[in-house]
Design a binder for this molecule. Sequence first.
Ligand code: COA
Length: 258
Amino acid sequence: MKFETILVKQVGNLATITINRPTKLNALNKATISELHDAFKNLNKDETVKVIIITGSGEKAFVAGADIAEFSDFSEKEGGKLAAKGQKKLFDYIENLSKPVIAAVNGFALGGGLELAMACHFRVASDNAKMGLPEVSLGVIPGYGGTQRLPQLIGKGRANEMIMTAGMIDASKALSYGLVNYLVPQEELIPLCEKLAGKISNNSSTAISNAIKAVNAGFKTNTDGYKEEIKAFGDCFGTPHFIEGSTAFLEKRKADFK
Ligand code: COA
């Protein structure tokens, strides 16, 4: 598949998506959101892919937000539609993907950029990364899940402060908040993400997709996460991966999950 605003490459069972609008600091426009949706959809279907990394091109930005130029003249109705469509097509889509997605935050992750990183299953940052939700400085609020996922990740008080001040935090504060799992020099960012992806890909992909469902269930209103966990746990039994994993343990050998 040919894309205009993103690059997709695959090495072994690891796919990397790079948002490629460096002159606009990788801001998310309509085309980028649509291409990202298509890329994630394809990679999710592709049985040779086990883990996905998403990053931004250049050394300055992961994603500097939604493309402000595209929505500056929107009406209330158009604004609501923009958020609803974006959440469904990209942000909720990534969070509920059956394969793990790691955000390699290589610079500014602002507004929709931080929301994109937060929709991923976890985040790793380079030392130059800066994160924030500056929307209230533009007269709007985060609309791609930021008011929900930021409090989930760092707590309500810290999230409220970030949202209300519209300020940026640096990578070490993001690490201390638990917003990112690691902080490394920029040149070590992708190698570390690849190392983590390698560890993940040694495990059962079917079990991992069940774990994603169970973890996400705990954050959905009207869903009992414990019940979902019981179902997802039960679903693992009888799968070829469970048979291989448990047999390998009993035979004192390393499991080989195809
Ligand atoms: N939407 C559209 N264009 C954006 C953008 C965004 N969110 N963020 C950056 N750009 C564009 C700039 O307009 C500029 O384009 P130009 O060269 O055609 O004028 C280019 O990217 C480079 O940005 P610039 O502002 O010149 O870089 P900087 O180093 O001076 O500042 C930032 C970097 C990230 C602080 C600044 O770009 C910024 O504040 N961006 C907007 C962040 C934001 O509010 N995001 C939330 C959107 S809801």
